[in-house]
Design a protein around this ligand. Structure first.
Ligand code: PXL
Length: 295
């Protein structure tokens, strides 16, 4: 079966997120759907897991059966006409295999009709695991080669290719190593880089400061494109990775090429960080409200 999207001439393009639910609403599919709306696309969802979570951390996870995840994808792609898709929290090896299988079946992913952005989510910002340890191997072997674009942060780079990035220059090396795993494009996000070194466990007392400039490196196997900008000083960054990947997916759904989609996503997340707000006693979310306002 291939995706034969019934194209609506009047409605917005459709984007799909394959992701977990965050009960606090800051990250996960909630962040994706908010971003899709703010970026002018209709969002649909294949839920992979339900997390019990607030601004302080994740207190529980219930996984959705892999066949139900695959069926959700099938149902929306074959009926709604999905123009671009993304993955977020995938929870387990079995869910990753189910997603990879259904992507082949309905032409999602690298060199296919529907571009696929893979945000290789492994943990929450509090360090709570969102991906089983034994799922990393299949994430590498089954999903990354099917991706149009992957968007790892530096912690995810370490998990995927074992590189501890200590300088912006090493982000370029990491992009090469990740590209060798098979995705069409790689975006290595440098937002977690600390002065001196990206340390696995920065000392709790006086940790090195995060760099004042951020570099994200985009690579397609031939050319590098550097995206630089000032670090936006906010403690409220919950959902930032999801939001960037969802904004990029929205632009792809509207027909943009990957470099233009990344430029669009970077502009969107810069504003979302600039408008991030406190919520609860812990870490608040990045905000879509710079673009979506009540009357
Ligand atoms: O931001 C990554 C992420 C993705 N998906 C879910 C999450 C988080 C972070 O907490 O909870 C469901």
């Amino acid at each position: 079966m291939t995706a034969a999207p019934p194209v609506s001439s009047t409605g917005p393009p459709v984007a799909l997120t394959i992701a977990g639910s965050d009960s606090g609403g800051g990250a996960g599919l909630q962040a994706d759907l908010r971003t899709f709306t703010a970026c002018g696309v209709h969002g649909c969802v294949a839920v992979t897991a339900v997390t019990v979570q607030n601004s302080m951390g994740v207190m529980g996870i219930v996984e959705i059966p892999p066949s139900t995840v695959a069926n959700q994808i099938r149902a929306v792609v074959t009926d709604l006409g999905v123009a671009a898709a993304k993955t977020g929290m995938l929870a387990s090896a079995a869910i990753i295999c189910a997603v990879a299988g259904v992507c082949d079946e309905i032409s999602i992913g690298r060199c296919r009709v529907v571009p696929l952005v893979v945000d290789p989510v492994a943990a929450s910002m509090h360090g709570d695991p969102l991906l089983a340890d034994d799922a990393l191997t299949v994430l590498r072997s089954e999903l990354l080669p099917r991706a149009t674009l992957i968007t790892p942060n530096l912690d995810e780079v370490r998990l995927l290719v074992g590189m501890d990035i200590g300088s912006p220059a090493e982000q370029y090396e990491a992009a090469r190593a990740l590209h060798a795993l098979g995705p069409r494009w790689v975006l290595v996000k440098g937002g977690h880089l600390r002065d001196g070194a990206q340390r696995k466990n920065p000392p709790k007392k006086n940790p090195p400061k995060k760099n004042s400039q951020c570099l994200d490196v985009l690579y397609d196997g031939r050319e590098f494109t550097a995206f630089t900008g000032p670090r936006l000083a906010t403690p409220h960054t919950h959902g930032s990775g999801d939001t960037l990947a969802a904004a990029i997916t929205s632009a792809l759904a509207r027909g943009a090429a990957v470099p233009e989609a990344v430029t669009y996503g970077k502009r969107y997340i810069a504003q979302a960080l600039a408008h991030a707000y406190p919520l609860g006693a812990g870490v608040g979310p990045v905000s879509p409200f710079w673009r979506v306002r009540p009357d």
